[in-house]
Design a protein around this ligand. Structure first.
Ligand SMILES: C[S@@+](CC[C@H](N)C(=O)[O-])C[C@H]1O[C@@H](n2cnc3c(N)ncnc32)[C@H](O)[C@@H]1O
Length: 369
């Protein structure tokens, strides 16, 4: 079977001679890795084990970047992408891979990133929690409008690709996209949502968000106090509030904090402020070690937060990450103080390179206070 049904036009236009190579692995981010003349070569839209013909488009000192020309010997895991924009749109990178194998690849990527950057020689990996829907799962998308073009950014570009339908978005979201198109909108950014509600952060895949809550609930240890750092509208705090004498959420989004406060029980407190000042203060003030949940944006934790965790380690730290690279960096930085008890990847974003990970950590010496 040939895999050339969605080859990007940029690849075909290139003048360089194609090279033939065998793909050894698919790296974090979705690029396949092979070697030619001893140099690593990165090729998108391939699968490990495949022999492909690729055209080098960028030379670097230690590696090359190439575009796929043809799949010479295809993987048994190769499938036909469902989306007509795949290969041109900057969103999905794995639609050519059957879903179970996407999970196997992502699982290996997390383990390898934690080994290489996180200095965890043998991370205690748990099985992947899959998404029940591998398409049609996104409860929101943001589309951009420029001079009548309505869609997403093209791959590796800041020009827009006109999109009629997005197969990873839910039916409701696609209906909203059709409605938006019918109104001939002005230039700008439009977030289309399956659910009504305040304009605050919400997890994009409802079913996986529910699995995530279940897992955090099962994982959380017992303590007097739970601190939900980067709490948004109290996603984790609300689920766990009956298990703790007190729960405190911190987020600098005042709208999210107002939503969290709107149905708060007497034992819930929400602080609208910067975690950089609030978390170190709370860790220092509280004599009994709390359970701390941290769900930071992709940039991960700052040096200051990592320092606060080392100086006043909580009884348990549950780190929810949407970026394995920054997660690994943070785990390396707190690794002398915290033991990593489990690593569970969740597939919040099928077909894309993104991976959500929940890591459970406990202080190496309990009662360090
Ligand atoms: C990945 S979201 C998590 C939200 C929430 N845990 C949930 O699941 O709905 C990250 C949150 O961190 C907040 N945030 C980012 N940087 C922050 C900071 N320095 N201080 C406080 N909140 C911050 C954002 O406002 C956002 O709500």
């Amino acid at each position: 079977m040939s895999g050339d049904h969605f080859l990007p036009s940029r690849a075909r236009a290139s003048a360089a001679q194609p090279v033939q190579l065998t793909i050894q692995d698919v790296a974090f981010g979705g690029q396949g890795v092979g070697r030619t003349s001893g140099k690593a070569i990165f090729v998108p839209y391939v699968i490990d084990g495949e022999t492909v013909s690729a055209r080098v488009v960028r030379e670097h000192k230690k590696f090359q970047e190439a575009e796929l020309e043809t799949v010479v010997a295809s993987s048994p895991h190769r499938v036909k992408p469902r989306c007509p924009y795949f290969g041109r749109c900057g969103g999905c990178v794995y639609q050519h891979i059957e879903y179970d194998y996407q999970l196997a690849l992502k699982w290996r990527q997390v383990k390898e990133t934690l080994r290489r950057i996180g200095k965890l020689e043998n991370a205690p990996m748990r099985p992947f929690i899959p998404s029940p829907l591998d398409y049609g799962y996104r409860n929101r998308i943001t589309v951009h409008v420029e001079d009548g073009v309505i869609g997403f950014f093209r791959r590796e570009s800041n020009t827009l690709l006109d999109i009629e339908q997005c197969p990873i978005a839910s039916t409701e979201v696609n209906a909203q996209l059709a409605q938006l198109r019918a109104t001939h909108p002005h230039n700008g950014h439009y977030t289309l949502r399956a659910h009504d509600g305040p304009r605050i952060f919400v997890q994009v895949n409802d079913a996986v968000a529910a699995s995530m809550l279940d897992l955090v609930e099962r994982t959380a240890a017992s303590a007097d106090l739970l601190i939900d750092g980067y709490c948004g509208a109290g996603f984790f705090a609300k689920r766990l509030r009956s298990r703790f004498r007190k729960v405190i959420g911190i987020d600098w989004d005042q709208h999210a904090i107002a939503v969290a406060q709107s149905d708060a029980q007497p034992n819930e407190e929400y602080i609208g402020g910067n975690i950089e000042t609030e978390l170190p203060r709370l860790l220092q003030e509280n004599e009994k070690s709390p359970v701390v949940i941290l769900d930071p944006p992709a940039a991960g934790l700052t040096d200051w937060i990592r320092h606060a965790l080392r100086v006043h380690p909580p009884a348990q730290l549950i780190y929810i990450s949407c970026n394995s690279g920054t997660l690994a960096r943070d785990l390396a930085a707190i690794g002398k103080i915290f033991r990593c008890d489990s690593v569970t990847p969740l597939d919040m974003f099928p077909q894309t390179a993104e991976i959500e990970v929940i890591v459970e950590l406990s202080p190496r010496q309990s009662g360090t206070r």
